[in-house]
Design a protein around this ligand. Structure first.
Ligand code: HEC
Ligand code: HEC
Length: 345
């Protein structure tokens, strides 16, 4: 029944509980550390929401925006790399992705340098811990491709910890029997991230092939259709809405505006945002922030410095009432506003 009130569920505690394990105590962390299960590791989910848009293990070889995570792991970890070293090198890369420091020169040639996106240090630490301790899923094509590209380094850096006497055999159980029940939050995130991946892939592809101005037209014509078509695939309503619309159809309603303000304050404090879920007995509404990285600023940044005059002209032509410029890095550009039935699979 539509009249029944939506219940607000906010997912807290997730990070709190992990931080607790780092508390300084009488005993060293190692002896009291509970072996964490792969599925439950905070870093896994953080990696899926923050990195898989471009580093997904499932995109096919020709459909990729960036290399799969397992390829990154192999370039960063060899048999001498300690966990601390690996975490530090990930932090350093994320703070300043640039061509001179890139270890994956082939990937830079193919995809261009990773767009700079500020992430909270705690987020990267968790992701790096997860990558180091667990085997991450690899796409089917990867093994052959890797061996072809790197004939001398077969197997280098494979699952650190695997067979290294860490005695945590449990950690490496195969993916086959991970039939877990997905939470509504997982479902919402999956819808948002798969749509974002499709948009991102098309956008980066357009910018690389035809330049930024041509990509404006792409967004102009295609973005709506792409989100709509993803909604059809998922049998859900998937919207990108904002407080500062370029396209007036994407104006957030009052309720959505409140969530945007909430996410702005979370992101401004450099915290990892948690999805907002509302549910009644038949359906679920899901809200999650859309933040800017370096690539977005070509079309949403400051007109004088970030957007080229030509692109600006195209934007002004297409969107005379455009409010969506002036953004900096890691700001809330809008939110995913997604609705789906509870019995959706
Ligand atoms: C918008 C797309 C995008 C997102 C999101 C993204 N990356 Fe990347 N990343 C790339 C691309 C493209 C490359 C390959 C080119 C390069 O190495 O710079 C890359 C390369 C890397 C590399 C290898 C750098 C090297 O030495 O060449 C690391 C490490 C990395 N990413 C970590 C991450 C992590 C961790 C996340 C999530 C927190 C993330 N990336 C999110 C696009 C992305
Ligand atoms: C090539 C230029 C270009 C780039 C780069 C770009 N956008 Fe946009 N963006 C647009 C255009 C054009 C629209 C309006 C689309 C439409 O008419 O539906 C838009 C619309 C949006 C919207 C919908 C709300 C609104 O204002 O209409 C969001 C959210 C958004 N962009 C976020 C981003 C983010 C996040 C990035 C970086 C990951 C990004 N954009 C990169 C051109 C761009």
């Amino acid at each position: 029944m539509k009249t029944s009130p939506y219940i607000l569920l906010i997912f807290l505690a997730l990070f709190q509980s992990c931080n607790d394990s780092k508390r300084e105590g009488a005993y060293t962390a190692r002896s009291v550390e509970k072996p964490q299960n792969k599925q439950d590791h905070t870093g896994k989910k953080l990696m899926e929401t923050n990195c898989y848009v471009c580093h997904s293990p499932t995109a096919s070889h020709d459909d990729r925006i960036g290399p799969p995570m397992i390829a990154i792991k192999r370039h960063y970890i060899d048999s001498n790399t300690t966990k601390e070293e690996f975490i530090a090198s990930m932090q350093a890369w994320i703070k300043n992705p640039n061509e001179a420091d890139a270890k994956m020169t082939g990937a830079v040639r193919r995809f261009g340098v990773m767009p700079k996106t500020p992430y909270p240090e705690a987020t990267i630490e968790k992701i790096a811990e997860y990558m180091y301790d667990f085997e991450i899923d690899q796409p089917d094509w990867f093994e052959d491709h890797f061996n072809e590209m790197n004939p001398g380094v077969r197997g280098k850096g494979m699952g650190k910890g695997r067979g290294q006497g860490k005695g945590m055999g449990m950690r490496h159980q195969s993916n086959q029997n991970q039939q877990q029940v997905k939470s509504y939050e997982d479902i919402g995130l999956e819808y948002a991230m798969s749509t974002k991946a499709i948009l991102g892939k098309n956008l980066m592809g357009q910018i690389q092939k035809n330049g930024t101005e041509a990509a404006v037209d792409f967004c102009n014509i295609k973005a709506m259709h792409l989100t709509d078509s993803m909604a059809t695939v998922h049998n859900a309503t998937i919207k990108r809405v904002t407080d500062k619309p370029r396209n007036i159809n994407n104006q957030a309603n009052n309720e959505e505006l409140e969530y945007i303000e909430h996410f702005k304050s979370v992101v401004a404090r450099n915290k990892e945002p948690e999805a907002i879920l509302l549910e009644n007995e038949s359906d679920v509404r899901f809200y999650y922030p859309i933040t800017t990285n370096a690539m977005c600023l070509q079309c949403h940044g400051k007109p004088e410095t970030d957007i080229t005059p030509k692109t600006l002209l195209t934007l002004r032509e297409r969107y005379p009432n455009d409010l969506a410029t002036g953004y900096g890095l890691n700001q809330v550009r809008g939110i995913w506003s997604i609705k789906f039935d509870k019995d959706n699979e």
